[in-house]
Design a protein around this ligand. Structure first.
Ligand code: CUA
Length: 356
């Protein structure tokens, strides 16, 4: 790869995440989402490989700096010799005819064969070592095992319950304990996606009929953002990832809350009935209420901070807009507008808002 290409590639790596996020709303022709005070900022967090927060991400960062360093040194040496030659051997007034033609120089031939060979060898060894650290073949000791299923255009997560006897099913926002390794088993329900949270690890493809794995261990609490990194259709740019790392006690509390059955508030019974009478229940599961699996599980919908796989903050307004017509926020997504009457819409939204 030539130096200009390397610079271009680096600029793309540094910029693409932010561009993807800032263009996410624009690209589908809807107004950018503005967060209300106190509401989850859907852009809080970073997509920066140089701010690593997990062992494999550190390895990738170190390799990136090594490659940048070696390439920068090559650039300085090659361009330096080039500029020096242009100046030192420029055509002068007294020069006539062809310059002296020089053929064959064993020291020079040897130098430009041996030095690049050594450089390639160093880069290859460093890369192999990094791959071994980043791509484990077995789950690390004591890892939290999470099944990830990529869908057009959202993420499904399945985690074990605290006692290991059941499964917590959630969507788009993965909560993990700080310091504990997490072992992801990646599958796709449709096309090829790629799970990429730059501060935690590199990209790993999520391929139909093929299982891939990825591991990370968040070293500090916080929100780590990511992006589907394999073009997967219209809303690829809005297939966003959010990993929230919390202290172990907080993680246990989160699991305990997710294990509870859905809230059953008689005050919103009409909305629940609408959910069951209309097509909602065919695609969405609410534990003990419906078992659709085409869309996200809504049992604890309101424990999440975003809607539409990170496209907007989750609040009564965005939820109402989404149920009314999901194409408002995510044009091209697979959930249709059910063309509900305002009373039906109010009832369903009121019901969904109780699912904490
Ligand atoms: Cu999923 Cu791109």
């Amino acid at each position: 790869m030539s130096f200009p290409k390397i610079i271009l590639a680096l600029m793309l790596i540094l910029c693409c995440g932010d561009i993807a996020r800032s263009n996410a709303a624009d690209s589908v022709g809807v107004a950018p989402v503005v967060c209300a005070p106190g509401e989850a900022n859907i852009n809080a967090g970073e997509l920066n490989i140089f701010k690593s927060a997990s062992p494999p991400a550190h390895e990738i960062k170190e390799l990136a700096w090594l490659v940048i360093g070696i390439c920068a040194a090559i650039f300085v040496v090659v361009e330096g010799i080039l500029v020096w030659s242009i100046i030192r051997f420029r055509k002068r007034a007294r020069d006539v005819g062809e310059p002296v033609q020089v053929f064959g120089s064993n020291p020079v031939e040897l130098a430009w064969t041996v030095v690049p060979t050594i450089i390639v060898f160093v880069l290859a060894l460093a890369t192999v070592r990094t791959i071994r650290e980043v791509q484990l073949t077995e789950p690390p000791e004591g890892a939290l095992q999470v099944d990830v299923i990529g869908h057009q255009w959202w993420w499904e997560y399945r985690l074990p319950t605290l006692d290991g006897s059941g499964t917590i099913i959630t969507a788009n926002e993965l909560v993990v304990p700080v310091g504990r390794p997490v072992w992801l088993t990646l599958r796709s329900a449709d096309v090829i996606h790629s799970w990429w949270v730059p501060q935690l690890n590199g990209k790993t493809d999520v391929i139909p009929n093929h299982v891939n794995h990825l591991w990370f261990a968040a070293e500090r609490p916080g929100i780590f953002l990511g992006q589907c990194a394999e073009y997967c259709g219209t809303q690829h740019a809005n297939m966003l990832l959010r990993v929230t790392a919390v202290e172990p006690a907080e993680f246990d509390a989160w699991c305990a809350a997710q294990e509870l059955p859905p809230v059953n508030d008689p005050a919103v019974a009409a909305g629940k009935q609408q959910f069951l009478d209309l097509a909602c229940m065919n695609c969405h599961a609410i534990n003990g209420v419906s078992d659709g699996s085409f869309g996200p599980n809504l049992t604890h919908l309101m424990s999440r901070t975003t809607i539409g796989s990170g496209v907007a903050p989750l609040n009564p307004q965005t939820l109402r807009s989404w149920v009314d017509d999901p194409q408002n926020l995510k044009m091209g997504c697979n959930m249709p507008s059910l063309k509900l009457e305002p009373e039906q819409l109010d009832a369903i939204v009121a019901y969904l808002l109780t699912l904490k």
